[in-house]
Design a binder for this molecule. Structure first.
Ligand SMILES: Nc1ncnc2c1ncn2[C@@H]1O[C@H](COP(=O)(O)OP(=O)(O)O)[C@@H](O)[C@H]1O
Ligand SMILES: [Mg+2]
Length: 389
């Protein structure tokens, strides 16, 4: 959202500056790996049978005409976002659309036709992975459309949009500390689920624009276009083309193309840093030495005295100091250059659990209401770690 998409620009990065991208070489039709093109199922019957083979979620195959009805002909003011390979629109499954379908707000992601190979590949990855996986912290895929050149995905609608849109908004109120920790926790649970699945999955494009929020700030990971099966047997990594987002991708992955679950842990560390500082992973508008958030913040994370200077000033000091220190240390370990020294996602989930502020968090971010068996009794200023039971 709002970020340039490098696939349309000549780029020296094999990892894009904020969108899924391939190297220019990969984009040339003459060097497309022919065998792989053949391998990809490309008509509705092939897609449906491949999906059915291993699917846990029954998906609805929509017609393009139904999608037009759902989105008011892809009306521009229904656009929720856009990025790598297309645009996302808000839509509604209405009563009369098709017999048997319940009314529901949805998000409709249309893949551009002009990038057919990579667009189709990413579309298919989402159909397959989200067709197989089901978890409270993963977005629910409701259906798809594969008609002629059209490649579309239909997801549950997430009312508050992406973490990126909320965290860096100039118009919305700053997100309180408790919500930031809720996001960190939910996203960690989503990644831990992927890494621990029977057939482990590497998410590969973990960033704030791919983390979505519902009305109550529940977190769901979305955009599985780059997801990849993890290494099998005694293999330590999978070798891939280098794709992802510059500023989030792990250094060893950029250098070697070797992908492991620990690459996701690095990206997770970057997102945690963004939540702590309110700064974007890459920000060209900042002074040179502050443009890369990780380079700038990493040395400061361990220094207790300096740490508070880099916490998002929009929080106005309204955070538990111990909680900040713990979250900062967690980010520090995730960002270790040695992938083996990074924690596992499960350890991260366990470390974040005590940092959750339970109870009813007021909108004004500075107080929490203590609820007892007798009802709400007190409003407490959030100054330090507070645990409520
Ligand atoms: N289910 C959804 N509900 C609400 N907004 C969504 C949904 N899916 C995507 N979006 C919005 O569209 C943006 C791009 O979606 P994404 O799936 O990441 O597409 P891309 O492949 O273009 O990166 C997201 O950052 C978010 O703002
Ligand atoms: Mg995305």
């Amino acid at each position: 959202m709002g970020n340039c998409c490098c696939r349309r620009e000549p780029s020296i990065y094999r990892v894009s500056s904020n969108a899924k991208s391939e190297s220019p070489k990969d984009q040339s039709p003459s060097v497309k790996p022919r065998k792989e093109v053949k391998k990809l199922p490309s008509n509705p019957e092939e897609v449906e049978s491949l999906r059915r083979d291993s699917a846990a979620n029954p998906l609805i195959a929509f017609t393009f005409n139904e999608l037009k009805q759902m989105t008011d002909n892809f009306r521009p003011d229904r656009m929720l976002g856009g990025g790598g390979f297309g645009s996302v629109y808000k839509g509604f499954i209405t009563e009369g659309l098709r017999e048997g379908l319940k009314p529901l707000p949805v998000a409709v992601k249309v893949h551009d036709g002009d990038n057919s190979h990579q667009g189709h590949r990413e579309w298919l990855a989402e159909v397959i992975f989200l067709g197989q996986l089901s978890h409270p912290n993963l977005v629910k895929l409701i259906g798809y459309c594969c008609e002629g050149e059209h490649r579309v995905l239909i997801y549950e609608y997430m009312a508050r949009g992406s973490v990126e849109n909320n965290l860096f908004s100039r118009v919305l109120l700053p997100m309180p500390w408790s919500i930031r920790m809720k996001i960190a926790f939910g996203a960690a649970k989503g990644l831990a689920f992927l890494h621990e699945a029977e057939k482990p999955v590497i998410y590969r494009d973990f960033k704030t624009s791919n983390i979505l929020l519902d009305q109550d700030y529940n977190v769901k990971l979305s955009d599985f276009g780059l997801a990849k099966d993890g290494p099998e047997g005694d293999k330590s990594h999978v070798s891939t083309r280098i794709m992802g987002t510059y500023g989030y991708a792990a250094p060893e992955y950029i250098m070697t193309g070797h992908l492991t679950p620990r690459s996701d842990v690095y990206s997770y560390g970057v997102v945690l840093l963004e939540l702590l500082t309110g700064r974007k992973s890459l920000d060209k508008l900042r002074p040179a030495r502050e443009q890369n958030l990780t380079d700038w913040a990493l040395p400061l994370l361990k220094e207790k005295k300096k740490l508070l200077n880099i916490i998002d000033p929009r929080l106005e000091g309204d955070y538990p100091i111990k909680g900040v220190h713990k979250a900062a240390m967690l980010a520090y370990h995730c960002l270790n250059r040695n992938p083996k020294a990074r924690p596992l996602m499960r350890d991260i989930v366990d470390s974040l659990e005590p940092l959750q502020v339970t109870g009813e968090v007021s909108d004004e971010k500075s107080t929490i209401t203590v609820i007892t068996a007798q009802g709400p009794v007190a409003e407490v200023k959030m100054k330090d770690d507070i645990k409520l039971y």
